[in-house]
Design a protein around this ligand. Structure first.
Ligand SMILES: Nc1ncnc2c1ncn2[C@@H]1O[C@H](COP(=O)(O)OP(=O)(O)O)[C@@H](O)[C@H]1O
Ligand SMILES: [Mg+2]
Length: 310
């Protein structure tokens, strides 16, 4: 008998109290408030949180001793919130006591795989060391696997990862992220990963209306606002941008706003004849959006975009 078994175990559990005390409620609420849309993702995270709370209670009552597998895959197109939600997931796992520190280490293939023979193992192990006690987020994880190259060093990283995901699962959670179809092929070719993943969460593309809202929230967070013309132009921008190459959901919106701020600053500089008030400094207007190349080709609402306009 070890000491653990001598400690008196609780005979009942108050899940609602555990929900409050752990801070899980706060995280879920923050997720709800700060992230637009994502209803299915939020639902899955609530379910996962419930499972983990119950699991923890079962462990405390001595009903189970297994460390649950917590590795996950986040699939979806770029800019759908995978990295942002992973940060919240790391916090959640930390508050529930599943990881010691709760930090997130984000990597891609290049951080794990070396260029020369003998470089990959130390590189991968260094990253794993940094991530221990937290969450390792591997973006576009499928690039680790390059079957067309027989001696690809990625294979070495894969083998180390598989081992650590099994042996250190009480101290490290791995989240693999990327496009759904490529991830599926990656898991088919590397079933060891699939069998180690407990949760698969799919991130849908945002609707136009959701991106409008995201634009408003982001701009507000930057301490700016749209005037009426700016808001309308942004809505139009979003609808045009979606049809163009390399569209990246909320990331495209963020990039567009960054460029709009740049144009606004230049406009103020060129136009201003006297002192500017706070309102002028904080307003994104129609020309700040419409100067974008997305509108090039004389596009207006009732005309089709000119082919090739970027
Ligand atoms: N639902 C959302 N509400 C508000 N902002 C969002 C939302 N989803 C993503 N963003 C923002 O968009 C940007 C890209 O998100 P990110 O999490 O990096 O996407 P991914 O990792 O899927 O490419 C970030 O600045 C993020 O804060
Ligand atoms: Mg990302």
């Amino acid at each position: 008998m070890n000491d653990q078994n001598d400690i008196e175990k609780p005979t009942t559990v108050d899940l609602a109290a555990a929900f409050e005390e752990s801070g899980v409620r706060d995280i879920l609420q923050e997720l709800d408030e700060t992230m637009i849309g994502l209803a299915p993702v939020k639902q899955r995270i609530r379910e996962t949180a419930a499972l983990l709370l119950v699991d923890r209670a079962r462990q405390q009552m001595g009903l189970s001793s297994e460390t649950p597998t917590l590795h996950m895959s986040f699939t979806g197109n770029p800019g759908t919130g995978k990295t942002t939600v992973a940060l919240k997931m790391a916090d959640l796992l930390h508050r529930l006591g599943y990881v010691r520190k709760g930090h997130l280490v984000t990597v891609t293939r290049d951080d794990l795989v070396g260029q020369y023979i003998g470089h990959t193992a130390p590189k991968t192990k260094e990253v794993l060391k940094k991530a221990m006690g937290g969450v390792l987020f591997i973006d576009e994880a499928y690039y680790l696997y390059r079957p067309e190259n027989e001696r690809d060093y990625g294979q070495e990283a894969i083998e180390i990862l598989l081992q650590v995901m099994e042996n250190n699962r009480d101290d490290l959670v791995v989240i693999m992220a990327g496009y759904a179809d490529r991830m599926d092929r990656f898991f088919n070719a590397n079933p060891g990963f699939r069998s180690r993943m407990a949760h698969h969460i799919e991130f849908p593309d945002y609707t136009d209306a959701e991106l409008d809202q995201i634009a408003a929230v982001m701009l507000n967070g930057l301490g700016y606002r749209f005037d009426q013309g700016g808001e309308k132009a942004m809505a139009e921008y979003i609808r045009l941008r979606r049809a163009q190459p390399h569209f990246a959901n909320a990331r495209s919106v963020r990039n567009a706003l960054d460029r709009a701020r740049l144009r606004q600053a230049n406009r103020l500089f060129n136009e201003a004849k006297g002192p500017l008030d706070a309102r002028a400094l904080s307003t994104i207007s129609e020309p700040d959006i419409r100067m974008s190349r997305v509108f090039q080709g004389g596009l207006d609402v009732d005309r089709k975009p000119v082919a090739g306009a970027a």
